[in-house]
Design a protein around this ligand. Structure first.
Ligand code: BG6
Length: 480
């Protein structure tokens, strides 16, 4: 057995990380537009009032807004069957709460979709990828307010209607479960508990707001699934989770229980609601012990039950370990998602521990739990790339990373997992979501754009470009 003959090989991006053109075509300000650049060692900042002379990476990003035809042609040259991208909410509803959509924004994505279809590339659209209109953050503190649901559904209606017949696959919220961590509040939900300048890694966290926000997002997701099916019965709507794989640090039962609790909270809570249409029991205990009170209205249970997703998707980059021993817990963070380091694994330059087998392990867990088609819609290695004197970018470290993960996806397929597609992250270099850098590159395509704002945006094929082209051509047989 190998990958399905209709397996979707492709790549993934997000609007705010590559488009630029932040004020063109009537676009409004979105949350990432008020974030400065940062680095591996220095947090980016959130500045509700834009500072004169400060560099804001999303404003021009990699100028895909003007170069999408060139980029999609390069994706087609690699043989992409699927392209995952997101729609900037603020291009369609600049403030988020208007009643009528912005035609220029709708037209931009229509042209982009047509460009994909020209090459037989299936679009996979993330409706909300780490991007909320900043106006809604200022007005209601974003998803903490139930009125966000209607704004989101207006957005969904506008795009579901306009792109009917051209698009089949949709994802509601990117990495919705990031909001189970403090970092996900502004990043994923647009929640900012104090409207003032602060470090992105040091936000004022109000856990109750995040979980209340998630409840509203669950309702919005369920209602969007229902709406999509009503508008076009061919539409397939999926959830999108960070798969934060973790293991007990030792075989001590207390470590295993700790790991199970963390896995419930981080990996399963959101997908249980979105795939099964109801809250799992374990979260009730977590809410109680952590003083979380989520306001729900009569009828919410029915809404959730009526809108389970059609398929499951996740990102997968790394894993970590969990320990019940407070001393070991203090000794060092495992990666950006917490936990403690795994002594058997190496880490990327950003401390993300590389674990290809964890992907096989997790895909089996997901399949056993939901029996829904699965797509891995993000995976990849953020690394410092350099252009050699002959103009080549020899990113063999990236090829190694991707090869090992594809091998493990193949093992999962042999295990019986229903895996439908693979869209590695940042198929073209773009702005990092966590640090705001360009230096953290993931692409098969290098972009001449640097963290001081220099660079002419020109594109260049890396060695991994040719490698991935061969992988796709051979449907994953030749990982050379
Ligand atoms: C995922 C996000 O968390 O990881 C992307 O969905 C993000 O938006 C990607 O870019 C890689 O993370 P980073 O911080 O290296 O850009």
């Amino acid at each position: 057995m190998s990958f399905r003959s209709d397996f979707y090989w492709g790549g993934a991006t997000a609007a705010n990380q590559l488009e630029g053109g932040w004020q063109e075509g009537g676009k409004g300000v979105s949350c990432p537009d008020v974030c400065t650049g940062g680095s591996a060692t220095k947090s980016k900042r959130i500045t509700p009032v834009l500072e004169e002379g400060t560099f804001y990476p999303s404003h021009d990003a990699i100028d895909h807004y003007h170069r999408y035809k060139e980029d999609i042609a390069l994706f087609a040259e690699m043989g992409f069957k699927m392209y995952r991208f997101s729609i900037a909410w603020t291009r369609i509803f600049p403030q988020g709460d208007e009643s009528e959509p912005n035609e220029a924004g709708l037209k931009f994505y229509e042209d982009l979709i047509d460009e994909c279809l020209k090459y037989n590339i299936e679009p996979l659209i993330t409706i909300s990828h780490y991007e909320v209109p900043f106006h809604l953050t200022q007005k209601w503190n974003s998803w903490t307010d139930r009125r966000m649901i209607d704004c989101f559904l207006n957005f969904c209606r506008a795009i579901f209607t306009r792109y009917k017949g051209k698009v089949k696959y949709w994802l509601t919220f990117n990495e919705i479960n990031s909001a189970t961590t403090a970092m996900g509040a502004f990043l994923g939900q647009g929640i900012l508990n104090e409207i003032k300048t602060m470090d992105f890694m040091d936000q004022v966290d109000v856990p109750n707001n995040r979980f209340q926000g998630l409840h509203h997002q669950f309702l919005a997701s369920a209602l969007a699934v229902k709406m999509a099916h009503e508008i076009d019965p061919n539409y397939q709507v999926g959830c999108m989770q960070i798969m934060a794989t973790s293991y007990g640090l030792t075989c001590h039962p207390a470590d295993q229980v700790k790991n199970q609790q963390q896995t419930h909270l981080r990996n399963w809570f959101c997908s249980d609601v979105q795939c099964r249409g109801k809250y799992p029991n374990y979260i009730k205990r977590y809410f109680k012990e952590n003083n979380i009170t989520v306001k729900m209205e009569p009828g919410d249970d029915e809404i959730l039950a009526a809108g389970p997703v059609d398929f499951y998707t996740c990102s997968y980059y790394m894993s970590a370990c969990q320990t019940a021993d407070p001393a070991k817990q203090k000794a060092g963070q495992g990666n950006i998602l917490g936990g403690v380091p795994n002594p058997y694994l190496k880490a990327s330059d950003w401390g993300w521990q590389i674990d290809p087998e964890g992907l096989r392990y997790s895909l089996n867990e997901i399949w056993d739990r939901y029996q829904l088609p699965i797509f891995v819609v993000e995976n990849g290695l953020g690394a410092y790339d350099k252009i050699d004197e002959d103009g080549k970018i020899r990113d063999d470290y990236r090829v190694d990373y991707l090869r090992q993960h594809i091998e493990q996806m193949h093992e999962a397929v042999l295990d019986g997992v229903d895996l439908r597609g693979y869209t590695p992250w940042g198929c073209i270099d773009l702005v990092s979501a966590s640090t705001g850098e360009m230096a953290k590159r993931y692409g098969f395509i290098f972009v001449e754009r640097y963290d001081d704002g220099t660079g002419d945006f020109s594109r260049r094929r890396k060695e991994s470009f040719y490698w991935y082209k061969k992988v796709i051509e051979t449907n994953g047989e030749d990982l050379g």
